[in-house]
Design a protein. Structure first.
Length: 98
């Protein structure tokens, strides 16, 4: 896990496309959910700062809701994944795992 954290966080932080960001975030999500010690390692390696950066770049002001009920935009999916990761970390904090 020690080697996975910095590499996975770097992949998320340096992703050039929303697809790459989504893929990196889902990879991290799979390593975090249900794994308290992994959460602690990812937090120590700076994941929260990267997630804060992702969230700070999205305003949502230009969002229009499609009438056809289509899926989220790529950027919205990145934001959703960042929020899922933060929720998992916070749940770990609440349980004393992080």
């Amino acid at each position: 896990m020690a080697q996975l954290c910095p590499r996975a966080i770097s992949d998320l932080a340096s992703a050039q496309t929303t697809h790459d960001q989504i893929t990196a975030a889902k990879h991290i999500r799979n390593a975090l959910v249900g794994h308290p010690t992994n959460k602690e390692a990812f937090v120590r390696h700076g994941l929260v700062d990267v997630l804060a950066q992702i969230l700070s770049t999205y305003s949502g002001r230009d969002r229009t809701i499609p009438e056809d009920g289509s899926a989220l935009s790529g950027q919205e999916e990145v934001v959703l994944q960042a929020l899922v990761l933060l929720r998992s970390i916070v749940k770990g904090l609440a349980r004393g795992a992080v």
